[in-house]
Structure formats: structure tokens, C-alpha cells
Design a protein around this ligand. Sequence first.
Ligand code: ASP
Length: 310
Amino acid sequence: MQKIAIAIHGGAGTLVKGKMTPEKEKEYKDILSMAIETGYQLLEEGKNAIEAVEKAIIVMENSHLFNAGKGSVFTANETHEMDAAIMDGKSLNAGAVTLISGIKNPISLARDVMNKSEHVILAGEGALQFAKYLNYALEEPSYFYDEFRHQQWIEIKDSDTFQLDHAVKKESKFGTVGAVACDKNGTIAAGTSTGGMTNKKFGRIGDSPIIGAGNYANNQTCAVSCTGSGEFFIRGVVAYDVSCLMEYKGMTLQEAADEVIQKRLLKIGGDGGLIAVDSKGNIAMPFNTEGMYRACKDSEGLDEILIYDV
Ligand code: ASP
């Protein structure tokens, strides 16, 4: 029987055991649990992988805890510029948006780009025109305001640096969010959503909306969603590289995911992690940082919510 499976992440980074209060840890785990249960239930009902991925991500986008949607980090201009992508492993259809603001759930707009436009990536003003054409409501900037994120930005706003949300050394609110799923038909899908990096400027775009870099899905191989230092994930074409190692070298999902995150990405100086699933419902969740907010669940009893390395 076809196994159904889903995995989600809420960012990888300097997540050191003991730094976070038990209450904070619980807050993160509660949202991760809500997100994975939302996605898993849809798969159980026979909904497709894309639907499960989108709805799981929406739960995390609606929380201020993660660097996506509501909790997005501030740009150098004290604004929010969000990126998201979604891909269907059966049709190889994909949709993405980048540098958008005011949209509550960027992952849904990415899905609409995939289904309702001829294009794959829409950016900035144009993407917003597309959203207006589809009658999306626009949120005020205050919806995305988070005191902690604002402080993160104030600390580095006068410098030339931009930073990974996850790289902040103190007790922090981390991460880009993502989901991968395998449905009852053995179709897989991947989605990723992010606010990018604090203090980013000049229209910087990370790996998340770039198909093949931060997000990729192909029923023949795997569905992958990444988190980490985007520039390295773009140069390493990380998500597609996992797929290629499976396709060309015959590696298993776990072998390919480990090879890319623990060897190839490290070799070029990149830090972060990914979640991946194949069409048999196997899951891999490697990272080369101290921790990664993550959860996974399948129909054979796997059910985990984790933050740190184990
Ligand atoms: N990969 C994202 C980016 O570079 C950041 C993250 O994973 O939090 O935009």
C-alpha cells in the first residue's frame, strides 16, 4: 500500500540546546504540531500533496514565530519582502513569487502563479498586480510588525551586513518555513516560504523562490525544501542536486540529501538544512547547523517534532 508522508521545517540555524526557555520551545512545537497535523489530515482524506504542503505552510506563515508571512524579517528599508515557491512532482508545474509585500500567505500566491498564470516566477509590483487581479486582500504593514524582528533589524541597520534570521546568537525567533509531502497516489510536492534575510537590500532574492535551488519536486526522485544561507543554496543548486544524485547516481533519498548538505554545501561554505520526501514516502531531514525546527509524520507510525540535533 502507498505510504503517505509529510515533513515540515521552520528554519535551521544556531539552535543550541538549553538557550531557549521550555515555554518558548513549547510555543514552537505547538505550531509545528498544528502545521504537520493539518497537512497530514489532508493527505489522509485523500487530498493531493500540493494541497497538504500549502495548508501546512499557511499555519506557519500565520504565526509570528517563523520568518515567513506574519513573522517576516525587516529589509534595509524597514519593509518586508517575501519569497515563496511551490512545485508539483507529477506535472513538474511550479509557481513562485519574490519581493512581495502585503500578502498574508505568499505560498497561496505562488500556488496561484502555478495554476492560474503561464509563468513560473512573478516579482514585486507585477506579482502584486496579479494578486489584486485575483482579488487578494492586502494586509497593512502593521500586520507584519513584530517587535523582536524590529529589534533584530535595528541592531544591524546601520551596518552593511545582512543576516540569516537563524544566525542570531541569542534567544531568537528563527526561520524560513517549508513542507514536502507524498500523497495516496505517490505524488510528491514541495513548498517554501520566507521573509529572507534581515537588512537585505538592493532587491536581494534568496534561494527559496528559485526552482531547483531552495525548492524542487519530481515524482521520479524527490521533493525538497531548503533553509539556510540562500546565496550558497543558489550556487549549489541544492534542491535539484539532491534530485540529480538520486537520478544519475542511483543514491537513496537519505544518501543524496546527506551528500549535499554534509559535504557539497559545507565545501562551499554554506550552512543550513533541508527536508525531503520521495514517492515511496521516505523522509530525510539533514542539516549542518546546531538545529532545525522540523517535524515529520507518515502512515507507518513515524511521528516526530524536533528542534536540536539528536
Ligand atoms: N534561505 C533563506 C534565504 O536565503 C533564508 C532562510 O532559510 O531562513 O532567503
